[in-house]
Ligand binder design. Sequence first.
Ligand SMILES: [Zn+2]
Length: 159
Amino acid sequence: MTRSALVVAALCSMVLLSACQPKPEPIRFGEEVCAYCRMGISDPRFGAELLTRQGRVYKFDALECMVEFERSGALSAERIHSRWVVDFGQPGELIPVEEAEFVHAPNVHSPMGLNVYAVARGRYDADSLLPRGQRVSWEEVVQLVQRLWQSGPPRGSAP
Ligand SMILES: [Zn+2]
């Protein structure tokens, strides 16, 4: 193989790899149903999406449903490609969990009652119009969900 053929081959495999990267799908609010609690996904300030390495997309009405879906063992950890959450400050926009910060604000009523919203990193400090609350890490969000579901299934949730 010539040198340029090698470069072309390398470029092609890079293109193929990026084509295989699962990408989030926009949530169709008012039309789709939560993969965990089966309620309609209607509030564009909330919602979450889980992508598998095989390219499967699971959509949720609230990030607490995504956490509980994972905790229920529906998917093994190694099948998960990425987790996305709706940016409260940009309704309908999905951002990776790693690029989000989470705010526990009792006066913000999320669909399943956790009262946590996600927002792009840095936006909470920059935008004083966002509801005030306590900033929590993703790990703390997971703990809050565990506590919420332990005290009995929240309103409207399946099993
Ligand atoms: Zn749900």
